[in-house]
Design a protein around this ligand. Structure first.
Ligand SMILES: Cc1ncc(COP(=O)(O)O)c(C=O)c1O
Length: 419
């Protein structure tokens, strides 16, 4: 067989994969370790994307990999609703212990982030007997139909895919850096109640503690408190979507811990299982118990490989002090970018290592073109970066929290060079 090249694989990809499945880089992975990926031609890349925030514990963490190998030799699938297993129960116990929600809790597992989000809405509907859902502009919750409806960004996620699921209303997400105040955001919820749906028909309100795809804009403790009060007043289930923010990315296991407010339900996924497809919903036991038996689940939901991986990830975060490391990494990158004193860099924002910076033009306006160029130039020098934000002008850093200081610095130096 002829040797694999990136170009030959690109041509094969083009022939058989639909255009809707975009790809950021024209290279194909051969192997990866911690914060580095090597392509099929042996080129090395520093990975500041981390599989889109999935690899807080790095590529192939030895402990996670060892646990998965052990499990591979035992069994890989029974369907948790047919024959369950200890790791599923252990992980549920662990998440109930760790989730920042007081009182009795329950947890259930799925495969993707979107599935977890879908199920929070199902649980909230079953628990309240209501149909309406409020989500937020710029929010991103996944690619299934319900999640697409909840998502607050049309292109490319909703365009051509309508009609959207009904009874979803978008409030404004407060982001002073985008000129949207908390007062305006709260007024927009009031407007929804006045003009679109009575609060007594609203089952759930869902928000990301830090918007991911939307640009790493942060919910403040005061806004979270205001949402909690609205939900309490009207009997609405408050859901925090922690698919991207969970498992140490923001400097705490869950970003919720920094808000001083408890949601009723929360999702987690991505770094939960260190690269294995697993997602979770954790929440108040009385709400979680609302759906009838058989109403929740999925063929692969809570796969045993994912469950043992997640249990290992929890140990690694603790043993390697990754929450503290997350804070250090965020500060190191923010200080580095600030000290560059570049007029191309606009707002820099971070919660722990969940950091984004905007690229702006000479007038201080969003510069999506410069953002795309920075990514392309960084790639040429061996650094993988992702963008995000409503104007496509933010670079988001999702580097593994296990990154060494040397590799982190090497990546930052590339950003400096290409700026
Ligand atoms: C906040 C949030 N919710 C939901 C999802 C959807 O997760 P998945 O792509 O695993 O379905 C994502 C994915 O990026 C996300 O960031």
């Amino acid at each position: 067989m002829s040797k694999l090249t990136n170009q030959s694989l690109l041509e094969r990809r083009l022939a058989v994969l639909p255009k809707g499945l975009g790809v950021a880089y024209p290279v194909f992975a051969e192997k990866a370790q911690n914060t580095e990926i090597w392509d099929v031609e042996g080129n090395r890349y520093i990975d500041f994307v981390g599989g889109i925030s999935v690899l807080n514990t790095g590529h192939n963490h030895p402990k996670v990999t060892a646990r998965v190998r052990e499990q591979l030799d035992k069994f890989t699938h029974t369907a948790a609703q047919i024959v369950s297993y200890e790791s599923y129960v252990s992980l549920a116990e662990k998440l109930c212990e760790l989730a920042p929600i007081s009182g009795d809790k329950k947890a259930v597992f799925f495969t993707t982030g979107a599935e977890a989000v879908e199920n929070t809405i199902k649980i909230a509907k079953a628990s309240t007997g209501r149909h309406g859902v409020i989500s937020f502009s710029g929010g991103w919750h996944g690619r299934t139909h319900m999640c697409m409806g909840l998502t607050g960004k049309v292109i490319p996620y909703k365009n051509n895919f309508g009609p959207m699921p009904s009874s979803i209303y978008h409030a404004m997400f407060p982001a002073p850096e985008l000129g949207i105040t908390e007062e305006q955001a709260l007024e927009s919820i009031e407007m929804i109640f006045q003009s679109s749906i009575h609060p007594s028909d609203v089952a759930a309100m869902i928000i990301e503690p830090v918007q991911g795809e939307g640009g790493f804009h942060q919910v403040t403790p005061s806004f979270a408190k205001a949402l909690r009060a609205i939900c309490d007043e009207h009997g609405i289930v408050l859901i925090f979507d922690e698919v991207q923010t969970c498992f140490g990315r923001t400097g705490t296991l869950f970003a919720t811990e920094q808000l001083g407010v408890e949601p009723d339900l929360m999702t987690s996924a991505k770094s939960l299982a260190g690269g294995y497809p697993l997602s979770a919903v954790v929440g108040r036991a009385d709400i979680m118990d609302a759906p009838q038996a058989g109403g929740l689940g999925g063929t692969y939901a809570g796969n045993p490989l994912g469950c043992v991986a997640a249990l290992a990830v929890i140990e690694v975060i603790e043993e390697e002090g990754l929450l503290e490391r997350s804070k250090q990494i965020g500060k190191t990158i923010a200080d580095f970018l600030t000290n560059l004193n570049s007029n191309k860099i606009g707002n820099i924002r971070h919660k722990g290592a969940m950091l984004a910076f905007d690229l702006v033009n000479a007038d201080g306006n969003p510069d999506a073109e410069a953002t795309a160029k920075l990514r392309a130039d960084a790639f040429e020098k061996g650094l993988l970066l992702a963008s995000c934000g409503r104007h496509g002008n933010a670079i988001r850093v999702m580097v593994p929290l296990t990154v060494s200081n040397e590799v982190l610095q090497e990546g930052l130096d590339i950003i400096k060079q290409v700026l």
